[in-house]
Design a binder for this molecule. Sequence first.
Ligand SMILES: [Zn+2]
Length: 348
Amino acid sequence: MAFRNIPILQAAELCGIRHGQAAGAEVRANCPFCHDSQPRLYLNTAKDVFHCQRCKASGNSITLYAALNGVSNAAAYRELAGDFDAPPVPLYNRKGPGTAMKPLEERSRIYHDLLCMLELAPEHRLNLQNRGLDTETIAANLYRSAPKKYGKCYSKAMYELSRKYDLSGVPGFYRKNGQWHMVTSEGFFIPVCDVQGRIQGLQVRLDNSGKQKYKWFSSNGYPGGTKCAAFLHVVNWKPGIRTYVTEGALKADIACALMEQDACLIALPGVGSTKGLEQLIRELGISEIIEAFDMDQETNPAVGLSVQRFYGRMEQLGVAVQPMKWNPSYKGIDDMLLAGKENRRMAA
Ligand SMILES: [Zn+2]
């Protein structure tokens, strides 16, 4: 889905950041993260990004607004986009409001059937193996390559699914010339599941990923299409189990598989996206949680602030949070666990 660029100056002004005059594309301001008395925060109006020379906070209009207002990137985008006159520009011409999402049970059955009809390409299997997953876990988690538009798998899946189900209200599918289609991307699907293992939605790990590595399987803005929500992903929940919270569904799958002791992993879609987490924690009766977010929280103040907010929310809920720290040369818990496994293998 194509996002409209949000001008960095408007985002900064909405956050109450006072800035100087433009000198070329750069506008200087006082940094709201390190509260510098000198204007060493650079707002780049050509690229709509920010960077603080002092504390190294950096990001774009959306992450700036999200960090300073304690909301998810998606919510920040909605709030920011709503402040400007033009609506976001979707891939397709927007035709009326999107369809309401089908209930979880039905979505899960349809996504499950879809995945069962697809294949996992050798390069995607290798990618998953290189992340430390074994054959059984790869099979059990139903990772599948996204089908090529109108390819054999695509046509078969669309034929079978549209015969068996009404696909309206299922993110990723849309209707054109009286027929159902699915949005395609190059990459592989990652099922994002609830506590009972039902597939809430699908994420795509993109092959030729630039800055964006993952996207949701969503047909927002397509005719008859449906928007996907940013779902939480829960792996291996059992009452009383040690529970970790991290960011990203695939990372949680890998961490659960590589961990030496039985553990439950809850993945937020991003550090700042805690929507649904409080309800989940209450429902499961979780009183202790281990925080295992990426280590860039120590070097990127915008991320650090989101993590701090997470601690604040957990405190309000009465949940004890224990931070898990590791060598910051490994960014995520998955990288750290994989390195540990490799080291043990070498030592053996
Ligand atoms: Zn700063």
